[in-house]
Design a protein around this ligand. Structure first.
Ligand SMILES: NC(=O)c1ccc[n+]([C@@H]2O[C@H](COP(=O)([O-])OP(=O)(O)OC[C@H]3O[C@@H](n4cnc5c(N)ncnc54)[C@H](O)[C@@H]3O)[C@@H](O)[C@H]2O)c1
Length: 437
């Protein structure tokens, strides 16, 4: 099948590449000229495990193309995916200007039947708005389908190639058949394709992300309670996670959820609810807990240093909002950097993939090191903000040699308490007792 993907960011590039991988011919469209140029020349623009190999193969085999011209990109396509940004507007509502802008343009250039698919995360009612924006200038037949994306950055290729489920919101039989054919290779193991109406599909995505964010904030509150009561959140997590109704996943406390999705999607759902005069109390609390959790380590670090952070050298391991990605949107590390630099501390940071993006954002406000150990040279404390695998079993001896003081504030609970005690570290983590040597 011939496909167009409009918006070639994290979702668009993975979507385009994976559809090409199953034999479709895909043209990705983006307004960012330098991005299109790089991609056309075989230079991948994001870090996503496993993506580059598929991207290069499909580029070589001419199943994957890139352009800045919408009309050229969609000319032969039967299905047009919109993988455009839906950032929060100033009022907290999802800003639909990118989606509706492209819908408006599409209306002017559609010549024959096409399925236009909202892959972006969009509020309930967006499919109708997209339809209206296209219909304004268009005489030909088309269908607008809601097909929210559930991939997780860091495992996006795997998630796309073998999705837990595919949600397709459409009431058109014709579009349903086309979408079913397109996704058939991805659900051969029997994972369900769930058909529903457009509005339910749109809400499914917000409900999923908001539920997951709720799980995280819930565990962060349990962690705080553990600290106050002297319990261990790791034990509580294992204790509750073994109940099938609760499940083991997504129960890890930390320094808050970040990324380009959870913060904006929870907020957007609360806003959507308010539009129909519904006060979504649980999600208000989820957001509130997360705001506090993002900077949870700051007062603890200040307390340790008697509020004298001026001149302290802090090592920071992890900048990405989670491991296996270079995405730093709403990354808790950024909030830590801002707060610590304001207090006069200097920061030496290491992240396996995200340093380039942070450098572009904060420049020389902090220093960047070539490896995780160089960040530790002469430092007064280490903060762990992202649980990259390589931080889990480091060479502790090397750490001890490099650090001025063996002090660790771990926002991701990557180390074992007993081990830290044996190694003589001062070690504060989330929801567990503090190890004092
Ligand atoms: N990132 C994720 O993990 C994830 C997962 C599921 C759903 N989503 C949703 O998918 C959507 C896209 O997210 P993303 O992370 O890929 O965003 P992104 O910012 O990485 O990519 C968006 C791309 O769209 C391009 N663009 C903007 N305006 C355009 C236009 N008029 N024409 C063509 N291209 C244009 C930008 O240049 C950018 O390359 C959002 O709604 C997001 O909520 C994201």
């Amino acid at each position: 099948m011939k496909i167009a993907v409009v918006g070639t960011g994290y979702v668009g590039l993975v979507t385009g590449t994976c559809f090409a991988e199953t034999g479709n011919t895909v043209t990705c469209v983006d307004i960012d000229k330098s991005k299109v140029e790089k991609l056309s020349n075989g230079q991948i623009t994001i870090y996503e495990p496993g993506l580059e190999k598929l991207f290069l193969r499909n580029l070589r085999e001419n199943r994957l193309k890139f352009t800045t011209y919408l009309a050229e990109g969609i000319a032969d396509a039967k299905v047009i995916f919109l993988a455009l940004p839906t950032p929060p507007g100033e009022d907290g509502f999802a800003d639909l200007k990118y989606i509706l802008g492209v819908a408006d343009e599409l209306g002017k250039i559609l010549k024959d039947y096409k399925v236009i698919v909202d892959k972006s995360t969009v509020p309930v009612g967006t499919a109708e708005k997209v339809s209206a924006a296209i219909a304004k200038n268009c005489q030909c037949e088309f269908d607008v389908v809601s097909n929210p994306e559930f991939l997780r950055e860091g495992v996006a290729v795997e998630d796309f190639m073998k999705p837990d489920r595919v949600v397709i919101g459409t009431e058109s039989e014709k579009a349903r058949k086309i979408m079913g054919d397109l996704y058939a290779p991805f659900v051969r193991q029997g994972n369900p394709v769930i058909y529903m109406d457009e509005k339910s599909a749109e809400l499914t995505k917000y409900a999923a992300n908001s539920f997951l964010a709720t799980k995280i904030s819930f565990m962060n509150e349990i962690a705080r309670l553990c600290e106050l009561l002297g319990a261990d959140v790791d034990m509580v997590r294992r204790g509750i996670g073994s109940d099938d109704r609760i499940g083991k996943r997504f129960l890890f406390p930390g320094i808050g959820y970040g990324g380009s999705c959870f913060p904006k999607d929870v907020q957007a759902l609360v806003k959507s609810a308010s539009e129909v005069k519904y006060d979504f109390k649980i999600l208000e609390a989820v957001m509130d807990v997360n705001e506090k959790q993002k900077v949870n380590l700051i007062p603890r670090i200040k307390k340790y240093f008697n509020s004298k952070l001026d001149g302290k050298k802090i090592a920071l391991w992890g900048l990405a909002f989670k491991p296996n990605t270079d995405d730093i949107r709403e990354a808790p590390a950024l909030y830590l950097i801002e707060a610590l630099v304001k207090e006069g501390a200097s920061i030496a940071a290491f992240d396996p993939e995200a340093m380039k993006n942070v450098r572009e954002l904060v420049g020389d406000k902090i220093t960047y090191t070539e490896n995780q150990y160089d960040a530790l040279n002469n430092c007064d404390a280490l903060i762990i903000a992202t649980e990259w695998s390589e931080f889990r079993t480091p060479e502790f001896e090397k750490m001890s040699e490099r650090m001025k003081a063996k002090v660790v504030f771990d926002g991701r609970n990557v180390f074992d308490l007993e081990q830290m005690k044996e190694l003589g570290f001062y070690y504060e983590s989330i929801g567990r007792k503090t190890i004092v040597p």
